[in-house]
Design a protein around this ligand. Structure first.
Ligand SMILES: *Cc1c(COP(=O)(O)O)cnc(C)c1O
Length: 363
């Protein structure tokens, strides 16, 4: 069997939209796409009057070498969010098929499934936020087409070991596509599992430039998978997903000097993560700081709501994750610059956090 047997049959046979740029490019006089012949005001040589390459070769090449894969094993879209959406649409029939997730985890898997009217089967993480492999495998029914693993996980920060990913991959062969979301892998000690796609045709890996590569605003995310899966996703992608300015920003970030800057910032985040973890553990009202392999810390407080408000009043916005299972007393705090982190600590250590009443009368 082929992994494509898991995909929606109507997608496999879909006649994709054939855009002008896909059909022909590279001429000297381009009169096939109803574009303007004139560059727009303020265009800095990008040529934004022309439709972009749907999958720009230079960007594919740069990302393929960064991730250690081949170009045909890569789809680049508008953030990994788009890849999640396209995977669900390609593999899950509305009203029939399902995905499996492990809460507490990233919200877009379930949202993507619900938009497609696919089922969402939840297999909670264990008490220590580790993967419950036997429960996960027990939840696999014929309706399940996609299993999402997030490592390091958002919002817990915990990683799944390569051995465990492989155990799940082995068990899912011929049954479901395993999608490993590595949005934060650059901040962890673990290596990507992208190389395993050579061994498992039903393994897919999500990577993004939004976190470690400082390009959240450019929306560049990658799906790494077997070329057959990539081919399927390219058939249903929007005609021109990647805006030229975003591609230019990504190429600059991936240049040698861009890579140096990214590595320097990753090192600072890793160091600051340890500093913050230690310091937060000593703050009054902090119950626990969860160990994290990502660029954030999930922190349990005696009164997370009050801490959230207190930070907000000081102009510091953190993520309230109390709606997630097992995190009902937690906030997720992104690691910022050393100065930003010090401000967080200074505020949390200031007297009002010891249960005293604030100037405005709130507690
Ligand atoms: C931030 C995040 C993403 C989204 O990445 P984009 O490439 O910006 O769409 C994907 N997965 C997880 C777990 C994230 O936290």
């Amino acid at each position: 069997m082929s992994v494509l047997d898991l995909a929606r049959p109507e997608i496999r046979t879909l006649q994709p939209y054939s855009s002008a740029r896909m059909e022909a490019g590279g001429g000297q006089i381009m009169l096939n796409a109803n574009e303007s012949a004139w560059e727009p005001a303020g265009d800095v040589g990008l040529g934004c009057n022309r439709y972009p390459d749907p999958q720009p070769v230079a960007l594919l090449q740069a990302l393929a070498s960064l991730y250690g894969v081949r170009r045909e094993q890569l789809f680049v879209g508008r953030g990994s969010d788009e890849a999640i959406d396209l995977l669900v649409r390609a593999f899950c029939r509305a009203g029939q098929d399902a995905i499996v997730i492990q809460p507490p985890t990233f919200g877009m898997y379930a949202v993507g499934a619900r938009i497609q009217d696919a089922g969402v089967i939840e297999v909670p993480l264990a008490e220590d936020f580790s993967l419950d492999i036997s429960a996960l495998l027990a939840a696999i029914t014929p309706a399940v087409k996609l299993v999402f693993l997030c490592t390091p996980n958002n919002p817990s920060g915990k990683s799944i070991s390569r051995v465990d990913v492989e155990r799940v991959a082995q068990a899912l062969a011929g049954r479901a596509l395993l999608v490993v979301d590595e949005a934060y892998i650059e901040f962890s000690d673990q290596a990507s599992v992208a190389d395993l796609i050579e061994h498992y045709e039903h393994l897919a890996v999500l990577r993004t430039l939004s976190k470690a590569w400082a390009l959240a605003g450019a929306r560049i995310g990658s799906l790494i998978a077997n070329p057959e899966v990539i081919g399927l996703i390219r058939r249903i992608m929007p005609p021109y997903p990647l805006p030229l300015p975003c591609v230019a920003a990504a190429l600059a970030a991936l240049s040698p000097s861009g890579q140096d800057a990214a590595r320097e910032h990753i090192a600072i985040v890793r160091e600051q993560r340890a500093v913050m973890r230690d310091a937060l553990a000593g703050v009054a009202g902090v119950r626990e700081v969860l160990p994290s392999d990502a660029n954030f810390l999930a922190v349990r407080f005696d009164d997370a709501g009050a801490v959230y408000q207190r930070l907000l009043q000081a102009g510091i916005v953190v993520r309230d994750v109390r709606r997630y299972p097992k995190l009902q007393d937690a906030l997720r705090i992104t690691v910022g610059t050393p100065a930003e982190n010090q401000r967080v600590l200074a505020l949390l250590n200031s007297p009002a956090m010891d249960g005293r009443v604030f100037a405005d009368g709130s507690a």
